[in-house]
Design a binder for this molecule. Structure first.
Ligand code: ZN
Length: 161
C-alpha cells in the first residue's frame, strides 16, 4: 500500500463534483487500500477520493482505528433524521476546526468495492463523518457549513472533557 499526498484547500478539485465509479476493478481496490492507509497515517476518520486527487465518488470512513473501514462508492442519501451540532475538521484544512450542524441519523445506499449495493444506517459521530465525506464527493466543503470556528485552545478544552 502507498501513502498518497493529501490535496489541500484551495485546490480546485476539492470544489468539483466527482464522477460515479463504473468499473469495479483492481484499480479501484488499489485506490481504496491506499486511501485507507493514507487516512490512518494522517490520523483522520474519513477520506474522500478528491482529497487524494481522484475525481471519483469514493470515500472511506473509520471513526475508531480498528473498528472496521466503511467503503462508500457512489453513495446516495436515502433518509435523514434529527439534528446534531459538533466540531469538525478536515485533512484538507490543517488546524482548522468549526462547529457544523448536520442530521443526527442518516441512511445511505452505496456500492462496495465489488459493485454490490448495500445500505448503511448511522447516527451521531459516524453519521457526521459519513455526511462530511459524502459532501466532498459533491465538491462541498465543511467550511461552507461552519457556524462558528473553534480556536485550538477551545479544541483542547473540548477534548479534555
Ligand atoms: Zn474533509
Amino acid at each position: 500500500m502507498t501513502i498518497l499526498p493529501i490535496v489541500m484547500f484551495p485546490e480546485r478539485i476539492l470544489q468539483q463534483k466527482c464522477a460515479k465509479i463504473t468499473s469495479f476493478d483492481k484499480k479501484l481496490a488499489k485506490l481504496l487500500n491506499n486511501m485507507y492507509e493514507t487516512m490512518v497515517e494522517a490520523d483522520g476518520v474519513g477520506l474522500a477520493a478528491p482529497q487524494v486527487g481522484v475525481k471519483k465518488q469514493v470515500a472511506v470512513v473509520e471513526i475508531e482505528e480498528g473498528s472496521g473501514v466503511i467503503e462508500l462508492i457512489n453513495p446516495e442519501v436515502l433518509e435523514v433524521e434529527g439534528e446534531q451540532t459538533g466540531v469538525e475538521g478536515c485533512l484538507s484544512f490543517p488546524d482548522l476546526y468549526g462547529e457544523v450542524s448536520r442530521p443526527y441519523r442518516v441512511k445511505v445506499r452505496a456500492q462496495d468495492r465489488k459493485g454490490n449495493f448495500f445500505e448503511i444506517e448511522a447516527e451521531g459521530f459516524l453519521a457526521r463523518a459519513i455526511q462530511h465525506e459524502m459532501d466532498h464527493l459533491q465538491g462541498v466543503l465543511f467550511t461552507s457549513k461552519v457556524s462558528r470556528y473553534i480556536t485550538e485552545e477551545e479544541l483542547e478544552r473540548f477534548e479534555e472533557k
